[in-house]
Design a protein around this ligand. Structure first.
Ligand code: UDP
Ligand code: GLC
Length: 382
């Protein structure tokens, strides 16, 4: 099967890291077309996946954009659509992995007659998108997509509530290779020494720095925890959230937590860094569509506390394979951290159970098999 994958981002966010695993079995016959250059292109190349940067001109529409900027961007995307049409004619499928890829992929599919698949990584609700954006996305999907792969039941439900077609939509979770999350104990000791956190109870947060990811909630919670608790914030502002980064640094300063919060920036050694943590926190204040970091913490056999909304609720059973807290509530989060420190909960039992369960449930081979089956059903129907 020859698939033309499309993604708007040059940066490796969660949707791109998910795509990387999906593309691997198609490496010999497929192409990834990007609408921006960056580290994601490099990551694909390292993994021997054919990739082409189709444009380096930024498409100026954001999740919050209205009708005017949508129209204004048409001039930019028409040449891109024609380029995609030309390439797509050599492929069996167009696989759009992001919203701008959906816009370009829909029209290219219409012109070329090559069927379109859309991987929905978002919760299509007004909490995340403007009304115009929602309307455009739902209309294009309903009109042009033969198949929608939703990254969680929560994403699927929001899509249907917003008017999306239920009969073409299937939930497939992100896949992971469990062996990538086994880290040598010597490595853990080395990192703990390098970060000077040897005697600390370490709470890790692994996410791009962005207001809806809620790093500020964890910092507030830290102010309610004992002195021996340190937070590591792993991730950077990927999509221009520099003002939020400034605010986080100010918040740390005003709470006098400079020695207990470490900003580590964007890293590519996530399993190693998760392995040095005593607890991993997920704190999104808007519903998380899926939440790769939650599963990754489980695979590292680390207890995870997640904000109870969206896809996170499908991943975590409170008190069984992790903990759930009310989103945007630093008191509850602090309570869970303190319970873990005091030994009021058996965290190693919970974490081991989570690892075993996640290794099967999110196994990349099984997930890829499901996706290939769905794609075949589209190609052979056409
Ligand atoms: N991640 C990373 N380096 C960082 C921070 C995060 O590689 O410094 C990875 C993280 O391990 C996860 C992904 O980025 O696989 C984020 O995906 P998630 O679904 O949690 O959130 P998203 O950012 O896609 O909304
Ligand atoms: C998006 C979502 C995130 C999800 C990822 C992979 O980036 O924000 O929740 O885990 O896609 O599907």
């Amino acid at each position: 099967m020859k698939v033309l994958f499309l993604d708007q981002s040059g940066k490796p966010g969660g949707a791109e890291l998910c795509l990387l695993d999906i593309v691997k079995p198609f490496a010999n016959t497929s192409l990834v077309g990007l609408f921006a250059d960056g580290d994601f292109r490099k990551l694909l190349e390292i993994n021997h996946i054919p990739v082409e940067v189709l444009t380096t001109q930024a498409i100026k529409v954001s999740k919050e954009s209205g009708l005017f900027s949508a129209f204004a961007s048409l001039g930019q995307i028409v040449p891109l659509i024609y380029q995609v049409v030309k390439i797509a004619r050599k492929y069996d499928l167009i696989y759009a992995n992001t919203q701008k890829a959906l816009v370009v992929g829909s029209l290219a599919s219409f012109i070329s007659g090559v069927p379109l698949v859309y991987h929905l990584h978002d919760i299509l609700s007004l909490e995340h998108f403007s009304k115009t954006n929602l309307r455009v996305a739902i209309t294009l999907i309903n009109k042009f997509a033969s198949l929608v792969i939703a990254n969680s039941q929560a994403s699927k439900t929001a899509f249907i509530q917003a008017g999306g077609k239920a009969d073409i939509t299937h939930v497939v979770y992100n896949g992971f290779a469990p062996e990538n999350y086994q880290v040598d104990e010597i490595e853990v000791i080395k990192i703990r020494e390098a970060l000077e956190i040897n005697d600390q109870f370490v709470v890790g947060h692994f996410s791009r720095l962005s207001p809806w990811k809620g790093q500020h909630i964890l910092i507030d919670a830290l102010g309610r925890c004992p002195e021996n608790v340190t937070v590591i914030l792993v991730g950077d502002a990927l999509f221009g959230e520099d003002e939020y980064v400034k605010q986080l640094h100010q918040q740390v300063k005003s709470l006098g937590l400079e020695n207990r919060v470490k900003f580590l920036g964007f890293r590519d050694d996530i399993p190693e860094l998760m392995s040095v943590c005593n607890l991993v926190a997920h704190t999104s204040i808007a519903p998380e569509p899926f939440g790769r970091v939650i599963v990754e913490a489980m695979l590292c056999a680390k207890p995870v506390v997640a904000a109870k909304a969206g896809g996170a609720v499908e991943l975590v059973e409170d008190g069984i394979n992790g903990f759930l807290v009310t989103p945007n509530n630093c008191q509850e989060l602090a309570q869970v951290i303190n319970n873990c420190i005091d030994g009021k909960v058996n965290i190693s039992e919970i974490a081991n159970h989570a690892r075993m369960n996640a290794s099967h449930r999110f196994n990349v081979d099984f997930i890829n098999y499901k996706i290939q089956d769905l794609l075949k059903s589209v190609v052979f129907k056409n």
